[in-house]
Design a protein around this ligand. Structure first.
Ligand SMILES: [Fe+2]
Ligand SMILES: [Fe+2]
Length: 295
């Protein structure tokens, strides 16, 4: 690796946490996000992306792990994979409960799976890693919005919100892992940036399609007030997706690194608020070997 690299800040360590969420035992409403069909079903369908999506991420990282010489990065990749695997396991519980309420979870997940399977067929390992990096930047952008704009989760069921809060914290925590693998292996700027707009566009387009598909099945398409409010929630002024525009643009800088946006305090705040949901002992010690110089 070259000199003068940005890496994770000191005190942030990619760490597997085994979780137990109360939604499993207590259940939740079909429209758990403030009673809004649009907002609830948007997040509900997004949850179905994680099984195929996180498998794609794990496979991309594992495929290249053998070429990494840095033992700290190798260890980080292992923790990254464990985190993503556990995200999938917890989201599958949430998905199953939604499916039991008659929501077409299988249909939504099948669309994400088809999209990602096509990408697997077409992409070389480094291109697949570039697509993963782009999508990890997307999830990190979501996390950043979650931390900086509490109105995005206003009205959400507390127990379901805890699932998304945890996922946001760990996405922020490991947002640099795939980027650092790519950089370590000499991945180029061009592949990185051409993969990005397509990855974001496809995942967003499918999210909106799935949301409308679920709204149609629930006969909520004529609830125009909720639909317009939902679209505004995503694409309006200070909307969830609109708010990610600076993050989208920052990726095109040749000097981009995910940790140029420092969420370490957000991660600490999350751990202080939700630490009692963690089942395994987590070592809060700072990472002993971070390089924190600014490029
Ligand atoms: Fe994840
Ligand atoms: Fe991730």
């Amino acid at each position: 690796m070259g000199a003068a690299l940005i890496r994770r800040p000191e005190g942030v360590k990619v760490t597997y946490r085994r979780m137990k969420f109360a939604f499993e035992d207590e259940g939740f409403e079909r429209y758990w996000h403030g009673g809004s069909p649009f907002r609830s079903l948007f997040w509900t369908q997004l949850s179905t992306a994680f099984e195929p999506g996180e498998k794609f991420f794990i496979d991309s990282a594992r495929a290249l792990k053998g070429e990494i010489d840095d033992p700290a990065l190798q260890e980080e990749i292992m923790e990254f994979c464990r985190q993503e695997g556990h995200h999938t396991a917890q989201h599958l519980k949430f998905d199953r409960m939604n499916a039991e309420m008659g929501i077409d979870i299988d249909g939504c997940r099948a669309r994400y799976t088809r999209l990602l399977d096509r990408a697997r067929e077409k992409l070389e390992p480094m291109e697949m890693l570039a697509a993963t990096m782009a999508l990890e930047h997307f999830t990190a952008g979501f996390a950043d919005q979650y931390f900086s704009r509490p109105h995005i989760s206003a009205g959400a069921d507390r127990n379901v919100h805890a699932l998304w809060a945890w996922h946001a914290a760990e996405e922020a925590e490991h947002k640099g892992t795939c980027f650092d693998i790519y950089r370590e292996l000499g991945g180029g700027y061009f592949t990185r940036i051409i993969t990005m707009p397509a990855s974001w566009f496809l995942i967003l387009a499918l999210s909106v399609f799935n949301t409308f598909s679920l709204l149609r099945k629930d006969k909520k398409l004529w609830d125009l007030r909720d639909i317009f409010a939902g679209l505004w929630y995503l694409f309006g002024f200070r909307g969830l997706i609109t708010g990610m525009l600076p993050s989208f643009l920052s990726y095109f800088s040749p000097r981009f690194h995910p940790w140029k946006t420092d969420n370490s305090q957000d991660i600490r705040d999350w751990q202080n608020e939700y630490g009692d949901l963690i089942l395994n002992p987590v070592n809060p010690k700072p990472d002993p070997s971070p390089a924190t110089a600014v490029s």
